[in-house]
Design a binder for this molecule. Structure first.
Ligand code: AMP
Length: 190
C-alpha cells in the first residue's frame, strides 16, 4: 500500500496536491481539516468543540483527531493507498498514526513536505480567503497564528520521520504542474 503523509504549513498546497495524488494513484484522501469542517457544518458535539479552537488557529486536541482517524483507517485498510493531508500535526499524532496503521498491518511509505516561506504562505492564504469562505483564511492574525502553531508544534514531526528515513522535502514554489512533478518523482521511488 502507498501511504503518504503530505506535510507542510497552511497554504503550502497540501489540499491541491492531495487531489492530484488521489486521481493519479487511485488513493483515498483523508483531510482532517475537511472532516472537522464537515463536523462543524453538521453541528455535532465534536464540531462545536473543534470550531472554538479552529476559529483561533489553534490545534484541536490530539485525542479527538486521533479518534476521528481510527475508524477512517480501519474502513479503508484494503484501499490501494492513503493520503494524509493535515495529519499528523503533532509528534503524538505521528506516533498514533504509526500505531493505527500497524493495527491494520500497514505503515507510512513517506512523508512529503511542501516547503514554502512565510510571506508566500500569507499571500496565498489571503488570496484563498476570497473563495474559500474560511474565516481562518480571512483574518491576518489567525493566519499568523496558524503559521506560528505550525512552526512550534507541527514542524518537530520532521525529526520523527527523518529518524525513520521517510522524510522527503520538496520545494513548494512554482506552478502546480512543476510542484506535482516533484511529488511524482518522489512517489515513483517508493
Ligand atoms: P486545515 O484545513 O488543514 O488548514 O485545518 C484547519 C484547522 O483544523 C487547523 O487550523 C486546526 O485548527 C484544525 N486541524 C486540522 N487538522 C488537525 C490536526 N491533525 N490536529 C489538530 N487540529 C487540526
Amino acid at each position: 500500500m502507498l501511504n503518504i503523509v503530505l506535510f507542510g504549513p497552511p497554504g503550502a498546497g497540501k489540499g491541491t496536491h492531495s487531489v492530484r495524488l488521489v486521481e493519479d494513484y487511485n488513493l483515498v484522501h483523508f483531510s482532517t481539516g475537511d472532516i472537522l469542517r464537515s463536523e462543524i457544518a453538521d453541528r455535532t458535539e465534536l464540531g462545536l468543540l473543534a470550531k472554538k479552537v479552529m476559529d483561533k488557529g489553534e490545534l484541536v486536541p490530539d485525542d479527538l483527531v486521533i479518534g476521528m482517524m481510527r475508524n477512517k483507517i480501519k474502513q479503508n485498510k484494503d484501499a490501494k493507498g492513503l493520503v494524509f493531508d493535515g495529519f499528523p500535526r503533532t509528534t503524538a499524532q505521528a506516533e498514533a498514526l504509526d500505531r493505527l496503521l500497524a493495527e491494520n498491518d500497514i505503515c507510512v511509505s513517506a512523508m512529503i513536505m511542501l516547503d514554502v516561506e512565510r510571506q508566500e504562505l500569507i499571500k496565498r492564504l489571503q488570496k484563498r480567503a476570497e473563495t474559500s469562505g474560511r474565516s481562518d483564511d480571512a483574518d491576518i492574525n489567525i493566519i499568523q497564528n496558524r503559521i506560528d502553531v505550525y512552526n512550534e508544534q507541527t514542524l518537530p514531526i520532521v525529526d520523527y520521520y527523518k529518524k525513520q528515513n521517510k522524510f522527503k522535502r520538496i520545494e513548494g514554489v512554482g506552478s502546480i504542474e512543476t510542484i506535482f512533478g516533484r511529488i511524482q518523482k518522489v512517489v515513483e521511488t517508493l
